[in-house]
Design a binder for this molecule. Structure first.
Ligand code: PGA
Length: 257
């Protein structure tokens, strides 16, 4: 299973900060020997160009977007389409992040439309799911698996080869309190089983990332779990030293160098 580390910069950074970040990050980052790109930077739309120039031209690094609209073009003020992102060299797009769901009213039907638009344009969607609160594992399963089914509605088994899932419990995002490895393991196993049901041919190969207060200190334990392929990283991706350390520790945990 491939490793994958996505830097979700959210509404942070500036042109000056990106250039300073890149100087430090590129000194510490090594691309994988097999040439695979396992690191994605997802900046605010406005900084896609600078991120492309400073970071995503390097071996091993791809460019990502934080959102995408499902239509090609038209009267949709403030929106950006998958066709436009592709033109810019974007490889991945986060869809259905909990902050979009929570603060901007996105629902599962929107998420599936966004994911499908990505797939149509050969952009790999990173579809986020996660429960709002944790009370017990059964409730979390039900909430997360139903989100997963509805968010992936209409996606074919063939298209699943381009799909990435991120399990991001809301209560762990930006709180400094990652989910326990027990919860992560149970939810990732459940997601894996569901993916295999939804996509009998390719479901087993879909990377499932964990997101929520990952750090260089906790990533090795999280990635030692069988069904965790990588991380969607918020706060810890804003510092180049911290993010490169997180990548190194996560890779080593999977025996990759
Ligand atoms: P965090 O954010 O790493 O700051 O918790 C993760 C995310 O929202 O993707």
């Amino acid at each position: 299973m491939q490793t994958l580390f996505i830097a979700n910069w959210k509404m942070n950074m500036s042109f000056a900060k990106i250039s300073a970040y890149a100087d430090i990050f590129r000194k510490q980052f090594r691309a994988l020997k097999d040439g695979r790109r396992d690191v994605v930077f997802a900046p605010p739309f406005l900084y896609l160009g600078a991120t492309q120039d400073y970071l995503a031209f390097s071996d091993g690094i791809s460019l990502g977007a934080q959102n995408v609209h499902w239509l090609e073009s038209g009267a949709h003020t403030g929106e950006v389409s998958a066709a436009m992102l592709l033109e810019y060299g974007v490889d991945n797009a986060i869809v259905g992040h909990s902050e979009r769901r929570q603060f901007y009213g996105e629902n599962n039907a929107d998420v599936s439309k966004r994911a499908k638009a990505c797939l149509k344009h050969e952009i790999k969607p990173i579809v986020c799911v996660g429960e709002k609160e944790f009370s017990n594992i059964e409730i979390s399963y039900t909430e997360v698996l139903s989100q997963l089914q509805s968010s992936l509605e209409g996606i074919t088994d063939e298209e699943a080869t381009k799909l990435i899932i991120a399990y991001e419990p809301l209560w762990a995002i930006g709180t400094g309190k990652a989910a326990t490895t027990e919860i992560i393991s149970l939810l990732h196993d459940g997601i894996r089983v569901e993916l295999s049901k939804l996509f009998p041919k390719n479901g087993n190969t879909v990377p499932v990332l964990y997101g929520g207060s990952t750090t260089p200190e906790n990533i090795a334990e999280i990635m030692s779990l069988e069904n965790v392929s990588g991380a969607l990283v918020g706060g810890a991706s804003l510092n180049p030293d911290v993010f490169s350390q997180l990548i190194n520790n996560g890779r080593s945990s999977k025996g990759i160098d």
